[in-house]
Design a protein around this ligand. Structure first.
Ligand SMILES: Nc1ncnc2c1ncn2[C@@H]1O[C@H](COP(=O)(O)OP(=O)(O)OP(=O)(O)O)[C@@H](O)[C@H]1O
Ligand SMILES: [Mg+2]
Length: 293
């Protein structure tokens, strides 16, 4: 977690009054939108190079280069419609499920091209798990929600081992103490925040290497949000995490690096402290100071 003084610095910046010189559309169009900052990391888990995404003829992502490091949290921020979810979905080929969506460029996981024709998408999505905006437990018991993945992937046939996996996943998701006596109850009977932690336990149960989170707290109250943020900080010890968020305070609290997207371009990427205290690009500056978005 970032320090209180860092949070204060960021809040002060975010609290700046709205400028009367708001960037208008023409100004944005004329602004150079080449990526500012170093998009590479020393120890990458995922590398994305020259990634373009089209929905039909409409381009949603334009030539994006970005690394996700081992054991880091990378926050992706930017105005609505700028392509954050689209780019996130490229990282485990979830866009393949959208008929009119076409992805080009190179995305490697541990040096392996995930778009190669021999890649098994089900196995890929086991390695690169996803947590969505709205908690989406299966219509099954709490236990079965977490046991489903390990069973599907044939991780064990031994019921004792399965119980161990379920317990350790729920513990890692900071949910065990709240559900250990009600494991047979439906996942949907839990509160929204508990359901989201159940979905995180479900993602963890199949030993992913990367977890993608698309606005995982947007439907949650502040207490549940704080729990998920604490959890993200702990999960970083074992996983690489890319998180899309509309909350700049959340990006500041949970991430080490931040990427700012605008109209399909990756505008700026850098250390989270730097992005929020000393952004290099005028569009990043305008966004984090509340001039648009
Ligand atoms: N399934 C789809 N079919 C067609 N166009 C799409 C589809 N999904 C996204 N788009 C378009 O691609 C662009 C990027 O959308 P995306 O959902 O990635 O943005 P976002 O940054 O995640 O926005 P938000 O913050 O509102 O979630 C938008 O113009 C959107 O209309
Ligand atoms: Mg989105």
């Amino acid at each position: 977690m970032n320090t209180l003084s860092e949070d204060l610095l960021i809040s002060r910046r975010i609290g700046l009054s709205i400028s009367t010189e708001d960037l208008d559309a023409a100004e944005v169009a004329e602004t150079n939108r080449d990526t500012v900052g170093d998009y590479t990391v020393f120890d990458p888990k995922i590398t994305a190079r020259d990634v373009n995404v089209f929905y039909g003829t409409k381009q949603a992502i334009c030539g994006v280069n970005l690394d996700l490091g081992n054991y880091e949290v990378l926050a992706m921020i930017g105005p609505s419609g700028c392509g954050k979810s689209t780019f996130l979905r490229c990282l485990n080929r979830m866009n393949d499920t959208i008929a009119e969506c076409r992805v080009s460029g190179k995305i490697h996981l541990d040096g392996e091209n995930i778009y190669h024709q021999n890649i098994d998408e089900v196995l890929l999505r086991a390695r690169v798990g996803m947590v969505f905006q709205k908690p989406n437990p299966f219509p099954k018991s709490i236990f079965e929600n977490v046991a489903y993945g390990p069973r599907l992937h044939g991780m064990t046939r031994d019921i004792g081992t399965l119980w161990d996996i379920v317990e350790s996943s729920l513990r890692k998701a900071a949910l065990w103490d709240e559900v250990k006596d009600i494991l047979e109850q439906p996942g949907t009977s839990l509160s929204g925040g508990q359901q989201q932690r159940l979905c995180i336990a479900r993602a963890i149960s199949i030993n992913p290497e990367v977890i993608l989170m698309d606005e995982p707290c947007s439907a949650l109250d502040p207490i549940s949000t704080a729990k998920i943020e604490q959890l993200i900080d702990e999960l970083r010890e074992h996983y690489s995490i890319a998180i899309v968020t509309h909350s700049m305070q959340q990006a500041a609290r949970v991430s080490q690096r931040t990427a700012y997207f605008h109209l399909g371009d990756l505008i700026e990427v850098g250390a989270t402290n730097q992005i929020f205290s000393d952004p290099l690009h005028p569009l990043t500056e305008a966004y984090i100071s509340g001039r648009f978005g």
